[in-house]
Design a protein around this ligand. Sequence first.
Ligand code: DQA
Length: 153
Amino acid sequence: MAKLLVLHGPNLNLLGGREPEHYGADTLDAINARLRALAERAGHDFAALQSNAEHELVAAVQQAGRDGVAFIVLNPAAFTHTSVALRDAMLAIGVPFIEVHLSNVHDREAFRRQSFFSDVAEGVITGLGARGYEYALTEAIRRVDGTQADRTD
Ligand code: DQA
């Protein structure tokens, strides 16, 4: 059993009502419930945290390092484009992660194309809505289970 963590950045607590044309109609609770079911079906330990505060996310990342979390799915939300502190925390713990965005950050304002995480992430999923989290967690499970036989890299 591996520990899997999903981290959601600022304003993602508003999902369901927040700019549904960008972020869809699912609430964060609904997304997390699907992710938990996916992880637990695969026999893994699941935790999810949302915070609007950069320092809380940094603290959660540091704690994940201490707790032996095996893989992180991270939607840094607006901190994607601003947070050296959160990037440094991810680098400090060295836990592999996939960066997820509900919306296609390349099809919006220019400032959203800059990410402090993409170059150090295992991969990036952007624009596939809430399913992006599920794809990312599925890949995380494949990796922690060591079932990477069909990968080409
Ligand atoms: C987001 C994209 C970010 O640019 C934005 O600040 C968010 C959400 C997304 O999931 O599409 O809050 O990360």
